[in-house]
Write a protein that binds this ligand. Sequence first.
Ligand code: FAD
Ligand code: NAG
Ligand code: NAG
Ligand code: NAG
Ligand code: NAG
Ligand code: NAG
Ligand code: NAG
Ligand code: NAG
Ligand code: NAG
Ligand code: NAG
Ligand code: NAG
Length: 621
Amino acid sequence: MGTTSLRRLISAAVLLTHPWASLADVAFTHPADICSNSTTWKQTYDYIIVGSGAGAIPMADRLTEAGHTVLMLEKGPPSTGLWGGTMKAPWLEGTNLTRFDVPGLSNQIWHDPAGITCDDFPYMSGCLLGGGTAVNSGLWWRPHPDDWDYAWPAGWKSSDLVGATDRVFARIPGTTVPSLDGKLYLQQGFDVLSKGLAANGWTSIVPNDHPDQKNWTFGHATNMFEHAERGGPLATYLVSASRRKEFTLWMNTAVRRVTRIGDYITGVQIECGGPSSNVGTIKVTNQTGRVIVSAGTYGTAKVLFRSGIGPADQLNVVKNSTDGSTMVSSDQWINLPVGYNLDDHVGTDIEIAHPEVVFYDFYAAWDTPIADDKTQYLENRTGILTQAAPNLGPIVSKPSRGRRSLTVDELIIAAQFWEIIHGTDGIDRHLHWQSRVEGAKNTSMTITQYLGTGAQSRGRLTINKLLNMQATTAPYLHNDADKAAVISGLEKVQGYFKSISNLTWIRPAPNETATHYVNSIPATPDSRGSNHWIGSAKIGLDDGRQPNGTAVVDANTRVYGTVNLFVVDASIFPGMMTGNPSAMIVAASEHAAEKIMKLPFPKTIISKRRKGAARHVSPAL
Ligand SMILES: Cc1cc2nc3c(=O)[nH]c(=O)nc-3n(C[C@H](O)[C@H](O)[C@H](O)COP(=O)(O)OP(=O)(O)OC[C@H]3O[C@@H](n4cnc5c(N)ncnc54)[C@H](O)[C@@H]3O)c2cc1C
Ligand SMILES: *[C@@H]1O[C@H](CO)[C@@H](O)[C@H](O)[C@H]1NC(C)=O
Ligand SMILES: *[C@@H]1O[C@H](CO)[C@@H](O)[C@H](O)[C@H]1NC(C)=O
Ligand SMILES: *[C@@H]1O[C@H](CO)[C@@H](O)[C@H](O)[C@H]1NC(C)=O
Ligand SMILES: *[C@@H]1O[C@H](CO)[C@@H](O)[C@H](O)[C@H]1NC(C)=O
Ligand SMILES: *[C@@H]1O[C@H](CO)[C@@H](O)[C@H](O)[C@H]1NC(C)=O
Ligand SMILES: *[C@@H]1O[C@H](CO)[C@@H](O)[C@H](O)[C@H]1NC(C)=O
Ligand SMILES: *[C@@H]1O[C@H](CO)[C@@H](O)[C@H](O)[C@H]1NC(C)=O
Ligand SMILES: *[C@@H]1O[C@H](CO)[C@@H](O)[C@H](O)[C@H]1NC(C)=O
Ligand SMILES: *[C@@H]1O[C@H](CO)[C@@H](O)[C@H](O)[C@H]1NC(C)=O
Ligand SMILES: *[C@@H]1O[C@H](CO)[C@@H](O)[C@H](O)[C@H]1NC(C)=O
């Protein structure tokens, strides 16, 4: 069976089970005829969006709502059941649910990431429909005002984001009580910690009711789950987009690069069967078409590098790769600091034990769920499996210094708490503590301290000649005041927990100082990483093509030096936020959609370029 007929068949199956998709073209892969080198694909699109994650999905919805045609290209397979996903635990056979739908199975990504996580960089991620929002634990936070105000440029302050944020939370409110019976299950861990914090004068809040209260406050995990299923952008924005004839989505379709004549982007090239296979070219609408890259912090930088946009050292690496012979010529390269400003939450795990803490084996729930828990979930969407699962990977039985379990976001059934530390450099730093029931003992809780808003340290990501990406400079703790805040925050928590009777410290050990402990953990992604990568295509008013300029995109999210190329995802974030990032990325996308649609089109794009004015400088728009 040819690819085209296979595609039609699968498409038809999806349409049958999901009639709302009958207007849009939702397909598991691209049409085969695009991939013949000699054919020109006739259909053009007003917008081509690269990726389908937190940044991409709201954008597709807002653009199609306004009547623009949108082609969304996702390199990975479908995820949740709604979109034709089929990966599931044995006990989900015969249901419309996949492993991605059931919150209690969200740990599975750590056990079995093959074909789901991105294979071109070495950190956990989601390379499938929904991106990180398909595999993450769904933690969902309204940003603190400082998350915008500290580092974002004019037009992106918290007062500018009020409308966008309200629109996000109207569609995806999030919940602290995922189970449909309104109960929280196994909250002993929460109770132990929250009693201790309250005894020290801390305040209990419903976190998203008080986003501006992130100092001496604690509350329950808040997740984007809805109807005790994953929910989030895949279940809201993508559904409304797919009800419009303007929307086209091709999965299993990786973008290789954008095609351009100087500063004008004509479309994208896709890889038809792996990096060195045939390519297919799809064009944007003549004169007014635009490309939006939303491929995530690593994926976006990679597409830009392969398109001749970035620092010369990285473009030379691409030039020396299998891309070399077809890469845009060096006189058309756009020298921007793509890959610098890389950041991630600095994660510092501590571990305590308390006799009241009760452990749940979410990991066993894949093959042998406790029968009653399974039935409760399937029949009523109630019970422990409605809550996000922990990772119980091999590291857990023997946690050791410097080999932190890569599971910061997994299993959050316990307390979240916040403190703001006055930095030794005068800059406030936000600490978000996230606790989960896992560790060396079955009464253990691992608590991760995230260093967020105000953090100064940055890293750099680069590409190698196999076209794989990595953080060659990890972003963690190059700055003394960052490290001092991490240590001070830990010392304070050691103090607060003194009031919790029967609590024992596992990491740091009771005889170990916070300074000794923090210094003993390597500042590497394996040991400190949080999977909250941001910053590789920073937004800002200081054009990165100029000496000392740091920004890759302008305040309209347009790549400097281009007419019609945009970046909307975690890569544009200039600095770290307080909590887990996805809700803030969705809000940024809502806001960017407004800005992009308001942006006028230049009058003379094509005529100038057709005459060969390839190095033409963008008109001031
Ligand atoms: C295991 C894990 C748990 C997490 N838990 C939480 C949490 O609980 N709460 C929270 O807020 N955040 C969490 N995060 C972080 C959050 O999911 C990410 O910050 C967020 O998804 C990033 O959004 P994005 O749009 O920048 O990129 P992504 O969501 O990563 O989307 C990028 C998409 O682009 C696609 N893509 C990449 N390159 C190409 C290409 N060349 N062509 C076509 N498509 C391409 C990818 O396949 C992917 O689908 C977690 C992340 C991980 C990995
Ligand atoms: C599965 O079907 C149920 C019942 O029809 C529905 O409520 C639920 O939203 C569906 N879930 C998915 C992921 O399709
Ligand atoms: C198509 O083009 C690529 C380079 O762009 C080349 O490697 C490949 O051999 C071509 N395929 C055919 C069938 O011509
Ligand atoms: C694009 O539009 C311009 C201006 O209207 C026109 O001159 C040109 O022929 C068009 N190109 C294509 C490929 O349609
Ligand atoms: C290009 O690749 C060759 C062979 O792997 C290597 O020797 C050379 O140093 C590379 N050049 C650059 C600029 O990376
Ligand atoms: C599901 O809910 C119904 C109605 O409340 C109840 O009778 C039944 O026992 C529940 N099933 C499970 C497995 O909890
Ligand atoms: C945080 O709260 C503590 C306790 O009330 C207070 O001492 C500290 O100054 C506060 N920090 C900030 C930055 O407001
Ligand atoms: C805790 O672990 C021990 C040793 O593995 C086991 O014997 C015990 O049953 C566990 N307790 C609980 C409550 O799981
Ligand atoms: C502490 O543990 C002891 C014995 O294990 C128990 O008797 C006591 O009640 C516990 N105290 C608290 C406050 O939990
Ligand atoms: C803490 O005590 C343990 C066991 O006595 C010992 O091995 C370890 O070196 C001590 N650590 C520090 C930092 O003193
Ligand atoms: C760039 O920064 C350096 C070091 O801070 C400074 O000496 C130089 O004057 C700056 N150049 C421009 C053009 O601002």
